[in-house]
Write a protein of this length. Structure first.
Length: 250
């Protein structure tokens, strides 16, 4: 599905920060069929699917989600007032737009994006494209209050195969998931955001990721809309994949 813009307060982009850009290109290109464009973005067909930039040598790969904003400075002030922290003050990225990076009350990193020439992900909800954003936290109440203050999101408990799960809603739109860090997660894992990509065959995607040097952190399991798995690329960048059931409709 082609996307032409995002309302303020809506997740709009995800970027991989990788210590090995060439390895990331090979892995995600083979897994999702991605290319690269002149702006350095991963592409699905001719449309920007996700970002890629070089990280510190020796570090692990990491995915960073971004939320659309029309007031980066105002968002930064609200983050600090609500108990979060500014990690990167609003900064222009060439003629593309303005980025900023924050941490929430639990320490989970996220970004914001003010569009200029570039709006964010230009494709969603097709194989190889972003289809979901999910936050895992140890404090549901405090985290929910933070995102309500910063972006106006509210939480609603959702059906998830008997497991505790919540959804973030912005006005009438569902914008992401919220899950408690419990026995489903490794001991000591910190609060974190995860970006999920749509796949046509989740078992094949897990097998292919392993063949390419990645790993399966959590094998395919039932979810409300289909099947869900958590993977990691060869440098430790964690992400998720979702296979939607045929009767699930957007």
């Amino acid at each position: 599905m082609r996307v032409r813009g995002y309302a303020p307060g809506t997740p709009c982009w995800a970027e991989l920060v990788s210590p090995d850009v060439a390895a990331a290109e090979r892995f995600y290109g083979a897994l999702f069929g991605w290319g690269r464009n002149a702006d350095g973005h991963f592409t699905l067909g001719e449309r920007a699917a996700a970002g890629l930039r070089e990280g510190r040598a020796g570090s692990s790969g990491a995915w960073l989600i971004s939320v659309s904003t029309d007031d980066p400075a105002g968002t930064a002030a609200t983050v600090e007032r609500s108990g979060g922290a500014v990690r990167l003050a609003p900064t222009s990225v060439r003629d593309l737009g303005t980025t900023a990076v924050f941490s929430d009350t639990g320490g989970a990193l996220f970004g914001t994006w003010l569009r200029s020439r570039f709006v964010g992900a230009q494709v969603s909800y097709e194989p190889g494209a972003i289809c979901w954003y999910e936050l895992a936290t140890r404090d549901l109440d405090r985290t929910g209050a933070f995102y309500k203050e910063v972006f106006g999101w509210h939480t609603i408990e959702a059906d998830s195969e008997g497991q505790p799960y919540f959804e973030f809603h912005h006005h009438n739109d569902t914008v992401g998931g919220l899950v408690p860090i419990d026995e489903r997660f490794p001991a000591g894992v910190p609060d974190h955001w995860t970006v999920a990509f749509m796949v046509a065959d989740i078992v094949a995607a897990c097998e292919r990721a392993t063949e390419l040097g990645g790993s399966v952190a959590r094998g395919p399991q039932p979810a409300s809309a289909g099947y869900y798995a958590r993977l990691a690329d060869p440098t430790g960048g964690h992400f998720a994949v979702i296979e939607f059931t045929e009767d699930w409709a957007m």
